[in-house]
Design a protein around this ligand. Structure first.
Ligand code: GLN
Length: 455
């Protein structure tokens, strides 16, 4: 009840596309019955959660914040949602996002932008994205945890800008079944929470193999345990020099130095490392993203589901008008670019080349985690700055620079490795500043434990 009240009090932030009060109440009653009458309890009994509106929820609209799916009601549940339900959680609402999760601001939603809760309503700032709705819902106390998705940073970016923790798990550790795809080879469900303990509890209930998603790892999932005693002198932390990027704010650099010093003081072994292909990563990410988007979006043709435009004099016309009414400019331009890269004459020059570079980017990580002088984890900023003002972020110049927002986050998606954003302190504008930790494939146990030390 308190969470729903909070969600209603903070309605002007626009974190939710729909609130599911009645469903949440039913879930809460079921939990109470279980606890008090049947004397049985489940790990997430009564825990309020928000789910990004690109996860299918049976009989509840799932819009992807797009005209294309405005009236789409799935007939099945995403695995992440069904696992949360069977652990006793209550769904309090579907949260806002950039259309089809393409963006870093939660500014491109047909339901309007989501505002950052840390600033005044006059000069307001973005929440980050594309899982901005879930981040704001968690930051304001409208739920205990939020589910996001992370293709190039969409969970970690809004977590960093809203001052909550945000985890992108290892690719394949959490099922994508029922998550409407953006880039199948990089998408992972992400988790946002106010503390590492809360986040770990949610992570443990959603991770693990799923027969409904053939890309989930087959190995039995071992739940993460937060330990009290970790010998930090055994832990090696790498600082990748290539993550110093032009445009990074002084305050972000300062937080990076501060956490580096903190870990050194705690006796961790900290050293500088190199990930030489970082500078090409943004371009490679964009090409691969647009190619997969072009292919994924082909399903929205006005025939099977979603929007169907009124003009249907010919099939071609129906496709064209459905897709131009259904998608915003960002989605359309990615489809356009992706189809260009996939043309027979460009395929090798762009798509295959990008795939080869992706391999090299992943190899850079393998080298630092496994090679000689290896480290256990990497410490970098999450974002280039605190949350920008909405008016600055949406200016034409910054729109063109939008891909830069993912500078520090997308390499982890290209390599499939886990990464977490942890809030550290407030900037002089009283906005959250955060840090990112990345680890090798399936290193969540260590990653979350060290994150807990930093928290
Ligand atoms: N900003 C990135 C993009 O627009 C990341 C999106 C995401 O992780 N869903 O592609």
């Amino acid at each position: 009840d308190l969470c729903i009240q909070r969600a209603k009090q903070t309605k002007e932030l626009n974190a939710f596309i729909i609130l599911t009060d009645e469903i949440a109440e039913n879930h809460a009653i079921e939990s109470e019955k279980r606890i008090y009458i049947e004397k049985k309890s489940l790990p997430l009994d009564g825990i309020a959660i928000a789910i990004k509106d690109n996860f299918c929820t049976k009989n509840i609209n799932t819009t992807c914040a797009s005209n294309m799916l405005k009236n789409f009601v799935p007939t099945y549940n995403a695995t992440v949602y069904s696992r949360l339900l069977s652990s006793g959680a209550c769904l309090i609402g579907k949260s806002n996002l950039d259309e089809f999760a393409m963006g870093s601001g939660t500014v491109d939603s047909i339901f309007g932008p989501t505002r950052n809760p840390w600033c005044s309503s006059e000069d307001w700032r973005i929440s980050g994205g594309s899982s901005g709705g879930s981040a704001v819902a968690v930051a304001t106390g409208a739920c205990v945890a939020g589910i996001g998705s992370d293709t190039g940073g969409s969970t970690r970016n809004p977590a960093a800008l809203c001052g909550v923790v945000g985890l992108k798990p290892t690719y394949g550790l959490v099922s994508r079944y029922g998550l409407i795809p953006l880039v199948n080879s990089m998408d992972v469900p992400g988790i946002l929470a106010r503390s590492i303990d809360d986040l770990t509890m949610i992570f443990n209930s959603v991770a693990g193999p799923d027969i409904l998603d053939s890309t989930t790892l087959k190995k039995k999932f071992k739940p993460v345990k937060i330990e009290d005693n970790i010998d930090l002198s055994e832990i090696k932390i790498g600082i990748p020099s290539e993550y110093y990027c032009e445009g990074m704010s002084e305050e972000v650099l300062d937080v990076w130095r501060y956490v580096t010093d903190l870990l050194e003081k705690e006796k961790c072994q900290v050293r500088s490392v190199s990930l030489p292909h970082t500078s090409v990563s943004i371009a490679v990410y964009s090409i691969l993203n647009q190619c997969e988007v072009a292919s994924n979006m082909a399903r929205y043709d006005g025939l099977e589901y979603g929007l169907r435009a009124a003009e249907d004099y010919s099939t071609e016309e129906l496709y064209a008008s459905t897709r131009s009414e259904g998608f915003n400019n960002v989605v359309r331009s990615r489809i356009f670019a992706g189809n260009y890269f996939l043309l027979a004459r460009n395929y090798e020059k762009y798509f295959l080349k990008a795939l080869k570079l992706r391999r090299l980017i992943a190899d850079d990580f393998n080298q630092v985690f496994k090679g000689e002088n290896s480290v256990d984890l990497l410490l970098t900023p999450t974002t280039l700055s605190e949350a920008p003002l909405y008016k600055d972020f949406t200016s034409t110049h910054n729109r063109d620079q939008c891909a830069l927002q993912d500078y520090c986050t997308q390499p982890a998606n290209m390599a499939g490795i886990p990464a977490i954003s942890i809030p550290i302190r407030l900037s002089k504008n009283n906005m959250p500043l955060s840090i990112q930790l990345m680890g090798p494939f399936l290193s969540e146990q260590l990653l979350l434990n060290i994150a807990k030390k930093i928290e």
